[in-house]
Design a binder for this molecule. Structure first.
Ligand SMILES: [Zn+2]
Length: 472
């Protein structure tokens, strides 16, 4: 008769020969069918005696030979695009802000050779890091176009991707034909780390089971998504081709939207700005606003002659907490800002900018200073300058308290691009290998960062690899 060890959230069976097998795991006591190997042992924190196999995390010494068993290495941290590492912040969801220091080992002397991490195959990937019901954080690669999920499994020196199998229904696809749709993809999550993804087949809930290397997915609504989902209180909301879908207590319904104009139900929305009492999705023709105060969801078209320039700028978060969108006014032929969810007033500005949340880059200067960009002419004293940045174009990509990391496209448009990662002190830190056409003029940079296991990785859609640097 095997003996059962019930240890909080895990249950192990000890057979007559004394060997241990994990049989149930987690709060839900999910059965473990897979053979315990090093990768799964990492997820559950199991200890290893090289002579006698795996044992529960609570065992410090091997019960057979008495040897001390070291604690398995544990990875900590989270990463949820497009936010970064802090999905539960009460702060509005600024697209690129992260809380971790982004200093890379060896930046000071400029001698860094990045490492490479191959991807599972061709595809368009997004990356998530989290504790998906496991003791250690895992890195997940989602091939959004193909609808496949992969988990990175590390065994002392080598890392390889393991595909997760669907239990029944597959994930669904997000076929990206242009950058607007590519940028529209983002993920929402529940407290128990269930993922909520936009797909062409409908809003999809996904529960990962990394221990058995599979996942369970369910279609929460059947209409194709036009943007990413987000929670407002307990309601899960997402724009779809039928309007606005609301999922409450697992039941989906379409919510009417008030609008003074016809809403085009083919335009993709940017990932929503999420505030405590309000969600705002933006697209090429206007803003979809949902509030918690009982007012019906409404759609406000952009002012006449105003064209938002999402290729240059995400929304701008002003020091007073208001959100603005940069665009071009065809009537006056000037760049200008429109305040989100408010009136139709245009505030002209003196030229185009790259904007990401609170970062505002104007020509070769960049700043996250305390002055609204339309006032900078009189108030802005230039404090920082990107060295040798003539004929260049800086895309802010990631922002933390210590660092701003971005991509500097150098040279005339006909030249091939060269990536530079820049820090706040304006030193060009990482001259990368030349990468042709990494950012196409007139389009936003689609490069993504992900932080996992003290590494900073960079990925560009279509690449077969991630480039990584060790974090200090
Ligand atoms: Zn032993």
């Amino acid at each position: 008769m095997p003996f059962e060890w019930n240890l909080d959230e895990e249950c192990w069976q000890q057979d007559d020969q004394g060997a241990f097998n994990l049989v149930h795991w987690g709060i839900t006591q999910q059965p473990v069918e897979a053979q315990l190997d090093k990768a799964i042992a990492c997820h559950v924190g199991a200890r290893l005696c090289f002579s006698h196999g795996f044992f529960p995390a609570k065992f410090r010494y091997c019960p057979k030979c008495g040897k001390l068993m070291p604690e398995p290495p544990r990875v900590e941290g989270r990463w949820w695009p497009p936010v970064g590492d802090n999905p539960t912040s009460a702060y509005p969801r600024v697209f690129l802000e992260v809380t971790i220091p982004l200093a890379v080992v060896g930046w000071e002397d400029g001698q860094i050779n990045p490492s490479e991490l191959r991807l599972p195959g061709a595809g368009d990937y997004r990356f998530l890091v989290g504790e998906f019901g496991t003791r250690s954080s895992a890195m997940i690669a989602i091939n959004i176009r193909g609808g496949h999920l992969h988990c990175l499994e590390t065994d002392s020196s080598t890392s390889q991707w393991c595909e997760l199998e669907p239990e029944s229904q597959s994930l669904g696809h997000w076929e990206c034909n242009d950058w607007r749709k590519s940028l529209a993809w983002a993920v929402a999550w529940t407290r128990d780390d269930k993922l909520l993804l936009p797909t062409d087949e409908g809003l999809t809930g996904v529960q990962l089971d990394l221990i058995n290397r599979r996942y369970r997915s369910e279609r929460l609504c059947e209409q194709p998504c036009l943007g990413s989902p987000a929670f407002l209180g307990t309601s899960l909301l997402a724009p779809t081709t039928l309007g606005l879908c609301a999922v409450v207590d697992d039941e989906a319904k379409n919510v009417p939207i008030e609008s003074s104009c016809a809403i085009k139900l083919t335009d993709y929305y940017h990932p929503p700005i999420i505030e405590k009492d309000r969600l705002i999705w933006l697209n090429h023709t206007g803003q979809l606003i949902v509030e918690r105060n009982g007012v019906a969801p409404r759609y406000i078209p952009w002012p006449a002659d105003f064209e938002p320039r999402f290729n240059l700028a995400t929304s701008y978060l002003a020091p007073d907490g208001q959100w603005w969108q940069l665009g071009f006014d065809h009537a006056t032929e000037k760049y200008c800002f429109v305040q989100l969810s408010a009136g139709q007033q245009l505030i002209p500005t003196d030229g185009p900018r790259r904007i990401a949340g609170r970062i505002c880059v104007r020509r070769e200067q960049w700043s996250d200073r305390e002055t609204a960009p339309w006032r900078e002419k009189e108030e802005w004293s230039i404090s920082r300058e990107i060295r040798g940045a003539e004929h260049s174009d800086f895309h802010p990509l990631l922002y933390s308290r210590e660092e701003i990391i971005g991509l500097l496209r150098r040279g005339q448009p006909q030249d091939s691009d060269r990536i530079f990662l820049l820090d706040r002190g304006n030193r060009v830190r990482l001259p990368q290998q030349e990468l042709c056409q990494i950012s196409i003029p007139g389009e936003p940079c689609l490069g993504q960062f992900v932080v996992y296991d003290r590494m900073l990785y960079f990925y560009y859609p279509g690449w077969g690899k991630l480039i990584g640097w060790a974090l200090a």
